[in-house]
Design a protein around this ligand. Structure first.
Ligand SMILES: [Zn+2]
Length: 216
């Protein structure tokens, strides 16, 4: 894996909620759209925030990839800052000329019975890397999660994959790029997994396996 570069993008940030003017300002989001710089993200019903989950899982994925010789670049360096904006996150992947860009999130679907993961990719693609390479990356991450026993989403997409035209980070990427929604933080079973260190390690191992399968 030496020479491979992976950009990991942990969703949201710990300082977003207390800096509404910064994170609500509109930025380019691709397809001629503008969107808020960033959002606060969701949380479990018990109050464990998405930004903390994405940061912890990202650090665990990073450790696994680095152990395999991959160079890893993160879009944010801590869980206490503000932003960066979605367009800046995409720019990090582009500037690194990443072999793969993976954004890590968890969802907050209102229906507590809704559960399962999905992997989003830009569609229709705006450049060649958003086409077949991003679809393959999405499938490799999906397959690794399924292999490790994770259920595909009951409420978004199909077979764990979701075509999206409205996600700025994906729209603005010129590299193979996907966004993983690990599950529904409002679902009690998935919230329990997300709030445990062991549960986050399992997510990280599956996501890292998918990335390694793609870049290997
Ligand atoms: Zn999110």
């Amino acid at each position: 894996m030496t020479g491979k570069v992976v950009v990991l993008d942990p969703g949201h940030n710990g300082g977003n909620a207390s800096h509404p003017s910064e994170i609500n300002r509109l930025v380019p989001a691709g397809r001629g759209q503008t969107k808020a710089c960033n959002t606060t993200g969701t949380a479990t019903n018990g109050g464990y925030p998405e930004h903390a989950f994405t940061w912890d899982v990202t650090k665990r994925v990073q450790a696994i990839l680095v152990a395999h010789g991959v160079k890893v670049v993160l879009t944010r360096s801590n869980d206490t800052g503000v932003g960066p904006c979605v367009n800046e996150r995409a720019a990090t992947g582009n500037a690194a000329h990443a072999d793969a860009v993976v954004s890590i999130h968890a969802d907050g679907a209102t229906a507590t019975s809704a559960h399962g993961f999905h992997v989003a990719y830009s569609s229709p693609p705006l450049n060649a890397e958003q086409g077949a390479p991003s679809v393959q990356l999405a499938k490799d991450v999906r397959d690794a999660l399924v292999h490790d026993g994770y259920a595909t989403s009951t409420y978004i997409g199909s077979d764990g994959l979701s075509k999206r035209s409205d996600l700025g980070g994906l729209n603005l990427s010129t590299r193979p790029s996907v966004l993983v929604e690990c599950g529904n933080m409002r679902n009690a079973t998935e919230a329990a997994a997300m709030t445990s260190a062991g549960g986050r390690q399992r997510y990280a191992e599956a996501i890292a396996a998918g990335i390694l399968s793609y870049v290997g």
